[in-house]
Design a protein around this ligand. Structure first.
Ligand SMILES: [Zn+2]
Length: 302
């Protein structure tokens, strides 16, 4: 019965603190790419494992999408975060190694891109641990960031991720600045919130099982420009959720490049990976001195 559900905020974390961005920056841009390859299609329907044309949507990433996006980031001297599923690292080691070689951050995105379902922690333990194992074994990376596959999460999973060493999550949609999760047994990872407006899948993916009209260049650019410009006004972080199988397509690629050009015109934007934002946030947390301690140290001249 719906009236059995307690009426309280779903997220007990307080509003995000107003920590300043580094070097006087007004806002931050977090370029994030979700590298799902074929795993997102298999997770959605196991029968797709034999459907070669469906899988080819994901296969595009390793063949074209990732190399093109790496070249673009290199041209703009941008370091990004790539949330890679463990399955993708195993299936496409060369493409994923190129991401590492480019100096970008690799973060956790599950193993087979299974959507976290509350009440099934056992499946998620396997999914999370297999993801860690694959990224370490194939790429030599121990990730500190996690983006939930298909954008879902629950308390026990967030606790598991924290206990496995995950320092930041990038899945929640309830703020425009980073904040720290509050869990029943203490502090959780930092959240670098995402925004559906910056998810290219919503505008540029169409498939026979989910045929949708694609959004054209001006539609998408106007959304991204407005979203970014207002986030900048408010001093937040614009978190991008791009997919090489979407924005690595020729026409989508141009939209992405034009958006990067738009942001580039401002000189007060901090372009940062998830790990850099997390390092900065944690440094700010450490530098906050409670008022009474502050007064005491002034009195003693310490
Ligand atoms: Zn994904």
């Amino acid at each position: 019965m719906t009236h059995d559900i307690p009426a309280k905020p779903a997220n007990p974390a307080p509003a995000a603190p107003l920590f300043p961005w580094p070097n006087g920056a007004r806002c931050a841009l977090f370029p994030g790419f979700d590298v799902d390859a074929e795993s997102v299609w298999i997770a959605g329907d196991r029968r797709n494992a034999e459907r070669l044309v469906t899988l080819s949507y994901g296969g595009y990433e390793a063949r074209v999408g990732i190399p093109k996006i790496l070249e673009l980031l290199d041209r703009y001297a941008v370091k990004a975060t790539f949330f890679v599923t463990g399955w993708t690292a195993e299936a496409h080691p060369a493409a994923c190694e190129a991401i590492v070689k480019g100096g970008h951050e690799i973060a956790h995105h599950g193993y087979l891109h299974l959507r976290p379902e509350p009440g099934d922690l056992a499946t998620m333990v396997e999914e999370v641990d297999r993801g860690f194992d694959a990224l370490k074994r194939i790429l030599g990376v121990t990730p500190v960031g996690y983006r939930a596959p298909s954008g879902e999460n629950f308390t026990e999973l967030l606790q598991l991720l924290r206990d496995r060493g995950i320092r930041y999550s990038s899945s929640w949609r309830d703020d425009i600045r980073p904040y720290r999760h509050r869990l029943p047994d203490g502090a959780g990872p930092i959240e670098i919130p995402v925004n559906y407006s910056f998810d290219d899948w919503n505008f540029g993916m169409s498939h026979r099982t989910s045929p949708r009209a694609l959004f054209g260049r001006e539609d998408v650019l106007s959304i991204w420009r407005d979203e970014f410009d207002q986030t900048r006004e408010w001093g937040g972080v614009a978190t991008m959720v791009m997919h090489p199988q979407v924005s690595g397509r020729p026409m989508r690629f141009r939209i992405l490049e034009d958006f990067l050009k738009h942001v580039r015109q401002y000189d007060d934007v901090w372009w940062a990976t998830g790990r850099e934002i997390t390092d900065h946030y944690e440094a700010c947390e450490r530098s906050i001195t409670p008022p009474d301690v502050d007064a005491e140290s002034r009195a003693t001249g310490a």
